[in-house]
Design a protein around this ligand. Sequence first.
Ligand code: 4AD
Ligand code: MG
Length: 464
Amino acid sequence: MSQYLLIKKVYDTKPVDQTVIVRGWVKSLRQSKKFSFLVLNDGTTQKDLQIIVDLALANYEEVTKLTIGSSVEVEGLVVASQGKQPVEMQARRVHIYCLNGEDYPLQKKETSLEYLREIAHLRSRTTTFSAVFRLRHVLAQATHEYFSNESFTYLHTPIITASDAEGAGEMFRISTLPLDKLPRTDKGAIDFKQDYFGRETFLSVSGQLEAETFAVGGLGRVYTFGPTFRSENSNTARHLSEFWMVEPEAAFNTLEDNALLATGYVKHLIQRAMEQCPDELEFLANRYAPENLKTLEHVLSSPFEVVTYTHAISILEEVSKTHKFDFPVKWGIDLQTEHERFLAEQYFKRPTIVTDYPKDIKAFYMKQNDDGRTVRAMDVLVPGVGELIGGSQREDNYERLVKRMEEMKMDVNNYWWYLDLRKYGSVPHAGFGLGFERAVMYISGMTNIRDVIPFPRTPKNAEF
Ligand code: 4AD
Ligand code: MG
């Protein structure tokens, strides 16, 4: 019995003159007078395997009827090839698992990304999506590798939470209360004491606050990598209601250290992607973003730009004289995607770290600057995407933090445990969150976030 090999293994080991078994799905079938070319892929590599099926094969007639996406097992002899790939196969036996009928939605002609979103359960069968998801995998591995090498401990923070880590009120409620018979308090409010957890609970928007508790006084350096949920009503090519976030948190780090950590991490992702997914990146670049590889190489070899928010605003104000933005620029505004992209894509032409934002547009936990109006925040903006990372040095002073939370009308009692960190062994510390899908977009060159997550959740859409 011949050995079954994954197609990736066939290319890695090139077992020329050996008879092996491969299994996979048909990419194409071309017929000539004496034989047919069967092109097969099994998802383990970007490269297809070309198989020559001779007219003499017992079930040759059946093989010639194979359609795209049909599943087969082929036993055959591996031979050196003059073609694009170093080896190909001469079939000895072809077994058909399932022959797709004419109703198979993925025919040879190029299918639009929009249409593929409607059949997301089948789109991993396309060359585009298998490339994107192998790349996504490599970026996930590279994330663990980077933080592990930097002495961070991987921490699994909870998904169900009672606190709004961003204070932005964009949380999905978790409740088992009967919607048609909500229990009420004497005052007529919903009585959450009777709910499953005996209080209001939500899906987490960020693992940061819990990560901080482990970083300060505990493990020193931790990172989370998990799903986060936001009920913001943003139907854009960059927002998901469920997305994955990587959040490192490091005791004793300042904003400057934080920026260096973020730079090192993003570069490490690009480095590993280029080393481990060259075929995927080349395919995606050729089809969707021709300049992408050149851009990534450039990013690897140059430092990120660092500029304060105040400086960024003055640049944008100057530019506004000749360039029309949809959102007018003035100190105090939250930067819109058009501003972020302008800075990274057209002005600095590289990833740009904007620091020291106005406190009124940032979260309660950011360290306040002595000017009384800005905080030690940083956003990393990248060409094509805009905001890839948001982070800050944290307010480690108890009184200042409580005062800020009160100003922002937060329920301070609810955060008693978070405030304890500033009472016991408090130290300067900093962290950030990288939107993992945005990183996949940036490195793959894909322009819609729905195309880099298996099953996108967006407002009014939770199919599959
Ligand atoms: O800037 P954000 O809201 O920061 C935080 O959540 C902090 N707690 C992170 C931290 O300091 N530990 O989100 C961080 C990143 C953004 O820069 C963006 O890349 C991504 O998460 N992000 C989203 N990605 C997809 N869809 C959404 N709706 C996103 N919201 C944020
Ligand atoms: Mg942000």
